[in-house]
Design a protein. Structure first.
Ligand SMILES: Nc1nc2c(c(=O)[nH]1)N[C@H]1C(S)=C(S)[C@@H](COP(=O)(O)O)O[C@H]1N2
Ligand SMILES: [Mo]
Length: 160
């Protein structure tokens, strides 16, 4: 984890972007959600609204899936964009510093009010850690979230 870690936003956008910690910190205050715990969320830290990032990237009207890539451990989710656009957050800071990898940093998606694991397309598993690429697609894209309890248990067992 360092200030040089970058988050790429590409795919069906008019303005592909590569953003770092400082870029996220500079996003307009109305799109910052600081101290998630204070807002009653179970995750700690500070976030920016995904919608603000997607406005900057100028998402194309045909884009209907949000691809979330965690290259570090090859974890990927692809979820319907419209269902999360108004609530999804990207957590990037805690105690004034970049989010550590131990809690999913440097960037982690957080969808407030997600369903429990595997209960729906937008579940807790879609809160991708080590998020380094947000890819907008027209059709559903790469998604290797666990399909059943056994797969899910194996995945969690492998996590530190
Ligand atoms: N990069 C990455 N993100 C991931 C996972 C993973 O294995 N790798 N697991 C997912 C699953 S299945 C769940 S339930 C949550 C767990 O988050 P936690 O480890 O912070 O509790 O992270 C999700 N994000
Ligand atoms: Mo999960």
């Amino acid at each position: 984890m360092s200030n040089t870690d970058l988050l790429r936003i590409d795919g069906a956008v008019d303005q592909p972007l590569t953003l770092g910690f400082n870029d996220l910190a500079r996003i307009d205050a109305r799109d910052q959600v600081t101290d998630l715990k204070r807002h009653g969320y179970k995750r700690a830290g500070d976030a920016v609204r995904l919608a603000a990032l997607l406005r900057l990237a100028r998402v194309q009207p045909a884009a209907s899936y949000l691809g979330l890539h965690g290259t570090a451990d090859d974890f990927h989710a692809s979820i319907p964009l419209e269902a999360v656009l108004d609530r999804a957050l990207v957590i990037f800071r805690i105690d004034g510093a970049p989010l550590p990898a131990a809690i999913g940093g440097p960037f982690r998606l957080f969808i407030p009010d997600h369903a429990t694991c595997q209960a729906a397309e937008i579940d807790e598993c879609a809160n991708v850690k080590f998020l380094d690429r947000i890819e907008l697609t027209v059709e559903k894209g790469q998604d290797n979230r666990p399909h059943d309890d056994a797969e899910h248990a194996r995945l969690h067992a492998g996590q530190g």
